[in-house]
Design a protein around this ligand. Structure first.
Ligand code: ATP
Length: 306
């Protein structure tokens, strides 16, 4: 039987000043899972992470990490977790390897031992060449990877990442995704928070959607994305002469260079581009008109009313 990496029962948090950030959250994450906590700004994601990592005090409820109650045995629970917070919080004047080695020290790992563990982690995160560089001289993406290296140095069973790819460029995002997939396959349970359903879709097995302090859905990622039956796109075009006729698609022409098209679940963007190409229309840009997460919320709210 798989173990529970995280068990949250009846969790409530009211901040001083009265904001009810969490309203009775129940959440179970199995060992080995790659789990996304998905929600808009202010939904309560960081508060959950803060409680899991002992930074925020809960108001009510129970939280266990690998069966260890985080309140009763905080230090034991802490050893099992690596955290990558949203904000960079290392000393920018220190060198990369010193930042990571120092973190190992907090977990009782000797300097010699930490140096041994450091090499493969920095290599895989493409930071080995930068080990003697001051953190302030790293790019934003490198700083983000340094945060991951630091979170992993004590070999945690659970890695928690708060919006890991915020501000990270596309190329780096993909290499980070690959790295996270790899450590998950090697046995590390991963919990990440994100605003982007696309990120959850690319990486995670299961997802919980949180809205205004409540989990409104918890399901396999695939199940959720399949519930989206269409996606609207805004398309910038050139070469339109006269009327436009796209038989297979629902669309509206905003002006001679802008088109809005609904692509249904059984259709593909490729078919749409081919259809435009047949009419000698060039696609200059194509962007999703609405955020998929917003759509999911709407679907879920409608579902709960029916
Ligand atoms: P984001 O995606 O913007 O990081 P989030 O889902 O992580 O958002 P939280 O940071 O957990 O959301 O915030 C949940 C609610 O609690 C918000 O209304 C926020 O304003 C409030 N909140 C968060 N931290 C504090 C605090 N220290 N004191 C008072 N209110 C807070």
């Amino acid at each position: 039987m798989t173990k529970k990496a995280i068990e949250i029962i009846g969790l409530k948090k009211t901040y001083k000043g009265g904001t009810q950030a969490l309203k009775k959250v129940d959440l179970i994450i199995e060992e080995g899972d790659f789990f996304a906590l998905l929600g808009a700004n202010g939904a309560g994601k960081t508060t959950i992470i803060g409680i899991l990592t002992g930074i925020v005090l809960k108001t009510e409820g129970h939280v266990k990490i690998f069966d260890i109650d985080i309140e009763k045995d905080h230090n034991e629970a802490k050893k099992l977790v690596g955290v990558v917070p949203q904000e960079f919080n290392f000393n920018i004047f220190e060198k990369v390897q010193d930042i990571v080695i120092q973190q190992a020290g907090y977990f009782g790992i000797s300097r010699k031992e930490a140096k041994k563990k450091l090499e493969p982690i920095l290599k895989i995160l493409d930071l080995w060449e930068k080990r003697d560089t001051q953190a302030m001289k790293l790019s934003g993406g490198m700083k983000r990877r340094l945060m991951i290296a630091r979170a992993l140095i004590h070999g945690p069973k659970l890695l928690i990442l708060d919006e890991p790819t915020a501000g990270v460029d596309v190329e780096l995002r993909h290499s980070m995704w690959n790295y996270l997939r790899k450590i998950n396959q090697e046995g590390t349970t991963i919990l990440l928070t994100t605003h982007y359903i696309e990120e959850a879709e690319a990486l995670c097995k299961n997802v919980a959607i949180i809205k205004s302090g409540k989990i409104i859905k918890c399901a396999p990622v695939r199940e959720l994305t399949q519930s989206l039956d269409s996606q609207s796109y805004t398309i910038e075009i050139s070469g339109l002469n006269g009327n436009l006729e796209l038989k297979e698609f629902e669309y509206s022409l905003i002006d001679s260079e802008t088109l809005e098209v609904v692509v249904k679940k059984h259709q593909s963007i490729n078919e749409l581009i081919k259809a435009l190409d047949t009419l000698n229309i060039t696609v200059n840009d194509l962007t999703p008109k609405e955020n998929k997460l917003e759509r999911l919320f709407l679907n879920l709210v409608t579902e709960s009313k029916n």
